[in-house]
Write a protein that binds this ligand. Structure first.
Ligand code: G3I
Length: 315
């Protein structure tokens, strides 16, 4: 059958997946290593995972994912250095001055991006900086440090790992809308001022039958600012139970998203947010919805998997 990582490489892009480190054995590991050309740790590189208490580090999960990727000749998307969620309480609940929090934030970036220096292809440096209306999300970083926290983070990441491609990443910016307009203006401003930024990640947590019609044009407008783009967390959920009709629509949707990336020269690749319905965040957060990934819970390929393969030129 088709091998997504080979089909993608022949098209000049990568096809990646998020993984859960503790599951990397058996058939799950065979598919993760065999089918995908890039790996994102789903949780293991988040601040709360690596430094739950100040100065107390646990790199076990992150190391396991990076080692796995290297053993399988895969790229790594580091995820993520600065995010409002899965932050340890000592960061989110601290009473900080701007200088003190900036020092802690850039120190965290130096420590984590420095540890993996030379081994990470793409870093999601800042994740989810915007609210839906395009205003800045009032995270502790935004509230205490102000708008400049994003460029502080990017500069710290460039210093820690000069070879890694540095990304800003967000959800609901797949189509042209208020939130993607805000990201567009931010990228334009950062590039104009020479802040180190290489790409924009569009997460793409989508709903069956609702791939934004403006996806391709939106990818292109970011690329036209002189940055790469990537689909970083693709999943396409449906109301359960899955039916043949919903799975057929999902196949068309996965195919369309993959085609949109291929149509934009600066689209680096696509990552699915879990490759199997057995390893997806959707049922936990959207009760009654699921079946959002390309493989079912028994690790059997779904129509969506073949939609991806077809978009990548397989027939
Ligand atoms: O590790 C604990 C475990 O010990 C405990 O028994 C269990 C009980 O609920 O929770 C486990 O932690 C969970 C963790 O995933 C690991 O499975 C957390 O509760 C759960 O909140 C966490 O969810 C993650 C979520 O980010 C947190 O916001 C999802 O796995 C992860 O897929 C999701 O990924 C995010 C991206 O980073 C950013 N974009 C959105 C995307 C989906 O929310």
């Amino acid at each position: 059958g088709p091998v997504l990582r080979e089909l993608a490489a022949a098209k000049g892009v990568y096809y990646g997946t998020a993984v859960t480190a503790s599951k990397l054995s058996g058939a799950y590991a065979s598919l993760a290593g065999g089918q995908f050309g890039s790996i994102t740790p789903g949780n293991e590189m988040k601040w709360g995972s690596v430094e739950p208490a100040r100065g107390s580090y646990d790199w076990s999960g992150a190391d396991a994912v990076v080692d796995f990727a290297e053993a399988h000749g895969q790229q790594v998307r580091g995820h993520t250095l600065v995010w409002h969620s899965q932050l340890p309480g000592w960061v989110s609940g601290g009473s900080w001055t701007a200088d003190a929090l900036r020092t802690v934030m850039t120190g965290h970036i130096a420590t984590e991006a420095g540890r993996y220096q030379g081994r990470i292809d793409h870093w999601d440096v800042v994740n989810e900086p915007f609210d839906e209306d395009g205003t800045r999300r009032p995270s502790v970083f935004q509230t205490v440090i102000g708008d400049g926290y994003i460029e502080d983070a990017l500069r710290a990441a460039r210093a820690a790992d000069p070879a890694a491609k540095l990304y800003l990443n967000d959800y609901n910016i797949e189509g042209v809308n208020a939130k993607s307009d805000a990201m567009y203006e931010l990228v334009k401003s950062l590039k104009a001022r020479g802040v180190p930024l290489d790409g924009v990640g569009l997460q793409a947590h989508l709903i069956v039958g609702q791939v934004p019609a403006t996806l391709r044009a939106n990818l292109q407008r970011f690329a036209d600012l002189g940055v790469d783009v990537a689909i970083t967390e693709l999943d396409i959920r449906m109301p359960l139970p899955a039916t043949d009709a919903k799975l057929a629509q999902q196949k068309a949707d996965y195919k369309a998203v993959t085609q949109a990336c291929l149509a934009v020269a600066r689209c680096a690749g696509v990552t699915v947010w879990g490759f199997t319905d057995a390893d997806s965040w959707i049922p936990d957060v959207f009760p009654g919805q699921g079946a959002a990934t390309p493989y079912d819970e028994g690790l059997r390929p779904k129509p969506a998997y073949f939609g991806i393969a077809e978009a990548l030129g397989w027939s």
